[in-house]
Design a protein around this ligand. Structure first.
Ligand SMILES: *[C@@H]1O[C@H](CO)[C@@H](O)[C@H](O)[C@H]1NC(C)=O
Ligand SMILES: *[C@@H]1O[C@H](CO)[C@@H](O)[C@H](O)[C@H]1NC(C)=O
Ligand SMILES: *[C@@H]1O[C@H](CO)[C@@H](O)[C@H](O)[C@H]1NC(C)=O
Ligand SMILES: *[C@@H]1O[C@H](CO)[C@@H](O)[C@H](O)[C@H]1NC(C)=O
Ligand SMILES: *[C@@H]1O[C@H](CO)[C@@H](O)[C@H](O)[C@H]1NC(C)=O
Ligand SMILES: *[C@@H]1O[C@H](CO)[C@@H](O)[C@H](O)[C@H]1NC(C)=O
Length: 422
């Protein structure tokens, strides 16, 4: 009786010598095409030992659950890869990256939640890409940017909620695009798709099924029929409030910077603070209206130095030399981002207001890098808007007028140099 290992060895030997793994059928076609037909075989993985010159590999309707880098190492000449109707839920990065001859790939009707999008970068010969009927969620906007020969792209019946502007721009040969049956979030960010779809020559079937799943008010409405949305980029304005009267701090001043924003949808506010010793970013309110500390993750030191209220007001409870620096308010909504900065310095006996003015002009040049192009183009022409508040309290000079607290405070000359760049 033969050992099972011997059987296996014999089977493998014959399979390899015939150049076709046992479950598949390999057929030589005209023009040097070599077909490996492995559909409907109940396969749980890509079979090993495929002939290296295979140009068409059919693996449809099997039970394959994952693909690895090694899955197609044998078949680098493959031009058509049919993998539809499997149970693929994971594809290792690099699985397709070396299949430089791929023209057609069908991954439809699987269970993909994610895809190694970077693998497409090398597949510049691709003409047909079918990924429809999966669970794909996120589509990087640059995913298709090298696919100059792609004619058909099927990404319908997935879980894409948004598609970034420019996603389809580089595919100059595209003639068919299927994107219906995705749960689109019809916000300002997606508005471009409506206009683009109306004006493109690319065939986009089933337009009534390219519809919104969110927001609630637009649920079920085809993207092509949604009413005009309110979409305006943020605008920001910075005001300050040196609250000298109410301050109870002996060795510091309480400063308030208020960032008032408009825009639709309502922009979110962030602050960036650059002092000489550190850069700090405050991404949301860290105190409640009544002053309770909200910051769970933020460092304690920052939470104490800078308090950000829900209404956009940044409070520096104890403004001293340490807190001197550039304070930038950034407002972001789906349409864009705007920022406005203020350079704050405390005047004291060591540097005059003229010194501060000079120093801050220098930092303002650095700050201008963050601005958008329009503002930059304009700032050189019109100059930066500059406001200097130089506060000299009335009590100064009369030595017996003030209390101890006042005279201590008056010793500071508060100098706010405000640059509005954007
Ligand atoms: C492909 O490989 C098989 C087996 O290795 C061989 O029989 C066949 O001639 C090859 N075909 C081409 C077109 O190279
Ligand atoms: C893309 O193809 C080149 C060869 O043209 C190869 O060196 C590179 O590794 C491939 N990229 C990836 C991600 O495998
Ligand atoms: C839709 O997008 C908006 C704005 O980005 C977001 O606040 C909201 O949570 C999204 N809704 C869904 C269902 O993804
Ligand atoms: C924002 O809220 C804080 C705390 O309630 C308050 O002190 C401040 O005056 C408010 N700012 C504006 C501009 O209303
Ligand atoms: C205010 O800041 C100064 C200088 O950093 C420090 O010496 C002082 O203790 C601070 N006061 C309070 C109340 O935090
Ligand atoms: C540029 O400055 C001019 C005034 O000098 C103003 O009317 C115009 O709106 C500005 N443009 C931008 C994009 O800020």
């Amino acid at each position: 009786m033969m050992s099972p290992f011997l059987c296996l060895w014999i089977a493998t030997f014959f399979a390899v010598s015939q150049g076709c793994p046992e479950p598949c059928t390999c057929v030589e076609k005209k023009y040097g095409r070599q077909l490996a037909e492995c559909a409907y075989r109940g396969l749980q993985a890509v079979p090993a030992g495929l002939p290296s010159n295979v140009t068409t590999l059919t693996l449809s309707a099997n039970k394959i659950t994952s693909l690895q880098q090694s899955s197609f190492l044998d078949v680098t000449q493959v031009q058509s890869l049919w993998l539809a109707h499997n149970e693929i839920c994971a594809i290792e990065e690099g699985t397709f990256a070396r299949l430089l001859h791929l023209k057609n790939i069908d991954l439809s009707h699987n269970q993909l939640v994610d895809f190694p999008w970077g693998d497409l970068y090398n597949l510049s010969a691709l003409q047909l890409l079918k990924m429809n009927s999966n669970q794909l969620v996120k589509l990087p906007w640059e995913a298709f940017h090298t696919l100059k020969d792609l004619r058909s792209l099927w990404i319908n019946d997935n879980k894409f909620t948004t598609i970034a502007q420019g996603t389809f721009d580089a595919m100059s040969s595209l003639s068919q695009l299927q994107i219906y049956n995705n749960p689109l979030n019809c916000t300002c960010r997606l508005l471009w798709l409506k206009t683009w779809a109306e004006n493109t020559l690319i065939s986009i079937p089933k337009r009534d099924s390219i519809s919104c799943a969110a927001p609630e008010s637009l649920r079920g409405i085809p993207l092509g029929k949604i009413p005009k949305l309110q979409c305006t980029p943020p605008s920001v304005q910075l005001t300050y409030h040196p609250n000298l009267d109410n301050t109870v701090v002996y060795d510091g001043l309480m400063l308030m910077l208020h960032c008032s924003v408009t825009g639709s949808p309502q922009p979110e506010i962030r602050w960036k603070i650059q002092t000489s010793s550190q850069g700090t970013e405050i991404n949301g309110p860290n105190v409640e209206r009544d002053g309770n500390d909200l910051s769970a993750g933020g460092s304690k030191q920052n939470a104490e130095s800078f308090l950000l209220f829900k209404n956009g007001t940044l409070v520096i409870p104890n403004f001293s030399k340490q807190e001197e620096g550039t304070y930038t308010c950034l407002a972001t909504n789906e349409v864009g981002t705007r920022e406005v900065s203020v350079n704050m310095a405390l005047a004291n006996s060591e540097n005059t207001v003229e010194d501060l003015f000079r120093n801050n002009l220098a930092t303002s040049k650095l700050g201008a890098k963050h601005c958008n192009k329009e503002a930059q183009a304009n700032s050189s022409k019109a100059g930066e808007k500059l406001v200097i508040i130089y506060r000299v309290p009335a009590g100064m000079g009369s030595s017996d007028g003030g209390t101890l607290l006042e005279s201590h405070l008056w010793a500071y000359m508060l100098c706010l140099v405000i640059f509005l760049y954007c």
